[in-house]
Design a protein around this ligand. Structure first.
Ligand code: MG
Length: 358
């Protein structure tokens, strides 16, 4: 036959991937049984479901560090997720892990973020203090399991277990309303850990780029970073964008090399996905630098405080008058309670939709 069937792709995984990879044939199945796709593996199908979800489209208007509407060139959660997905895919291919799983997990890894990034997360966590709190990764799971209710059957996107476990990353606040079929929490596949590491490399490097662009600090400040120096000595051009691009490349090469050594040395114990000690130490310095010069810069903190205040205001108002919730959302009150329903609704908002609330 001239076309590749799903079974051919599954065979190819078994013939080419590492024994530590997650195989689509062991995806753990779906909460609601469905016939399998003739051409796509379970992981490829889940990747497509994620890309076609409304929650994924909303990432376009959600803050990474700078509110998405402040400038057309800054990262949003969507462009960030696309960067992470490509990095995780390339690293997985090099390590003979499953690139389709890594891609699906990377595209979905930020779905649960509320408006205004970590400030929004902290605000919701406080507002939900007596109701199991708020955590973006557990919220991501609620979105794919329930809130993205495309078929109205209560199974959300009905993703496979391996993808759902990966989104949860083995942590959820006690009592967080997630599907109990994932309890007790189990360690996620290696691909999930790889996505985590790519996520960090992606955001630190692009925040360095956005920070310079936004005028939060100057190139002369960034030049003091060891990673900058390493990258500058190898970059073909000395423009910041060229140096940062080289920085991503050298961090990714280090990640792949270090993980490969871990995988090669693993006997029965699961290998640890990690950066080399040298690059990890330099990465920590980059993170400290960004915290000091960008994440806690006055103009960023001001914007975050504004978002935080608005979240509190809208949350309290909807709690008092649930009539302000869309009809479909009101229907969830009976099962989820008013607090969780309002929290889910506010968490799903984009930055600009939140600020438009009167
Ligand atoms: Mg992220």
């Amino acid at each position: 036959m001239s076309w590749l069937r799903r079974q051919d792709l599954e065979d190819r995984e078994h013939n080419t991937l590492s024994r530590w990879a997650a195989f689509a044939t062991d995806s753990g199945g779906r909460r609601a049984a469905e016939p399998q796709d003739p051409v796509r593996t379970d992981f490829q199908r889940d990747r497509d479901r994620i890309i076609h979800s409304a929650a994924f489209r909303r990432l376009q208007h959600k803050t990474q560090v700078l509110a998405a509407f402040e400038g057309d060139h800054f990262r949003t959660r969507m462009t960030h997720s696309l960067e992470v997905s490509q990095m995780a895919r390339s690293a997985s291919i090099a390590l003979r892990l499953n690139p389709d799983l890594a891609e699906a997990v990377a595209l979905a890894h930020d779905l649960g973020h509320p408006p205004f990034g970590h400030a929004g997360e902290e605000a919701l966590h406080e507002l939900m203090a007596d109701h199991a709190g708020f955590r973006h990764n557990a919220q991501g799971l609620r979105i794919v399991d329930y809130l993205e209710d495309r078929h109205g059957d209560g199974f959300g996107l009905n993703l496979v277990r391996a993808v759902r476990c990966s989104l949860l990353k083995s942590t959820a606040p006690a009592g967080y309303p997630i599907s109990d079929d994932l309890l007790p929490l189990e360690p996620p596949p290696l691909e999930a850990r790889l996505v985590d590491l790519c996520d960090r490399i992606a955001y630190l490097c692009h925040d360095l780029d956005d920070g310079i662009r936004a005028g939060a600090f100057g190139i002369e400040d960034a030049q003091r970073l060891e990673l900058w120096e390493m990258a500058a000595s190898r970059a073909r051009h000395q423009r910041p964008s060229g140096i940062i691009s080289e920085m991503v490349a050298l961090m990714m090469r280090d990640l792949v090399r270090t993980c490969a050594e871990e995988i090669d040395g693993a006997t029965r114990e699961r290998p640890t996905m990690r950066q080399s000690q040298e690059i990890a130490a330099r990465t920590a310095k980059l993170q400290d630098f960004l915290r000091q010069h960008f994440y806690r810069a006055d103009f960023v903190l001001e914007r975050m405080a504004e978002g935080r205040g608005k979240i509190g205001e809208v949350f309290q108002r909807l709690l008092q008058s649930p009539d302000g919730l869309p009809d479909a959302v009101q229907q969830r009150i009976e099962a989820d309670g008013i607090h969780r329903t309002v929290c889910d609704y506010v968490a799903g908002m984009t930055d600009r939709f939140l600020l438009k609330q009167r």
